[in-house]
Ligand binder design. Structure first.
Ligand SMILES: [Zn+2]
Length: 288
């Protein structure tokens, strides 16, 4: 890897880890870069960009879409769905990881173009319907096209479409309604648990004196516990580089059949994220 490529990768990771909920300033070039859609495992397909995930979970001809990326890349997600052989109208349900513009700004367009219904946990409803991060941040909050939630879910609810079941587990902190989705698939005759973890970075959230979100620190702690208790053979995050989703696809295509299977990965992500959270908590406390 050249020095330039390496620096670009490091920078991309730093920006993605920061995942500023807050304004377009943090946009990373990879977020807008087109990616070819590809099969992941079982009935799951990647339809996002190089730097922002969107996953299609298919049941026959119908599908659930998880996340819509940026407003400017919604058409890329739509084109990717069509390139896989689906019609946009095959997308019946849209769900989201969390109400931040880099994951949901494209949802309004995709919902309109597909006619799908948007399902979301009640704690992210306000943000989705107002097009604004819910809670106080250390940065100026950016806006995104508001989108109506058609069906409000509670923690633990299961969204069903044909033979697909997607369970919604509330893992709040990054946003009040941050949702970890999970499902199981069969790949080459083997059952695999798939987890789509919500982001657990602090991302500019005020951890002290957050009037709109006073329970944020306790929520982060609870979410780390909940995530570490989940079993995941395959981890598919909202920012693909957290699990090297695109690299795994390349390795799988090169013959490594189990490239997506990594049962230790979720635990590793939780340990690293909890440590980063504690560091940021101490930093913000010292500045109070
Ligand atoms: Zn975010």
């Amino acid at each position: 890897m050249s020095m330039r490529t390496m620096m670009r990768r490091v920078l991309a990771t730093v920006v993605a880890v920061t995942c500023l909920a807050t304004g377009a300033r943090a946009d990373n070039a990879a977020w807008s870069e087109p990616a070819k859609p590809f099969h992941v495992v079982g009935n799951i397909y990647y339809v996002g960009t190089k730097g922002l995930s969107a996953y299609l979970i298919a049941s026959g001809r119908q599908a659930i879409l998880l996340d819509g990326t940026l407003k400017s890349t919604a058409s890329q997600v739509e084109d990717n769905i069509v390139a896989l052989g689906f019609k946009l109208s095959d997308v019946k349900i849209i769900v989201t990881s969390h109400a931040h513009y880099d994951h949901v700004a494209g949802v309004a367009q995709i919902k309109r173009d597909s006619g799908a219904r948007l399902y979301a946990l009640s704690a992210d409803r306000w943000a989705l319907e107002n097009g604004l991060h819910d809670g106080e941040t250390t940065y100026r909050r950016g806006t995104f096209p508001p989108v109506k939630v058609d069906h409000v879910l509670a923690d633990g609810d299961v969204v069903r479409l044909g033979d697909v079941s997607m369970k919604a587990t509330l893992t709040p902190g990054h946003t009040p309604g941050c949702t970890t989705w999970s499902t199981s698939v069969t790949e080459a005759g083997r059952a695999l648990d798939v987890v789509f973890p919500c982001s657990v970075t602090v991302a500019g959230n005020r951890l002290f004196g957050n009037k709109r979100y006073p329970g944020i620190v306790a929520d982060f702690d609870k979410s780390f516990d909940r995530l570490s208790a989940m079993k995941a053979d395959v981890v598919l995050p909202a920012h693909p580089e957290f699990a090297d989703v695109l690299g795994r696809a390349r390795r799988r295509d090169a013959g490594e059949t189990d490239a997506f299977v990594d049962p230790d990965l979720l635990g590793k992500i939780v340990v690293q994220s909890r440590a980063a959270f504690k560091k940021e908590l101490a930093r913000q406390k010292a500045r109070q």
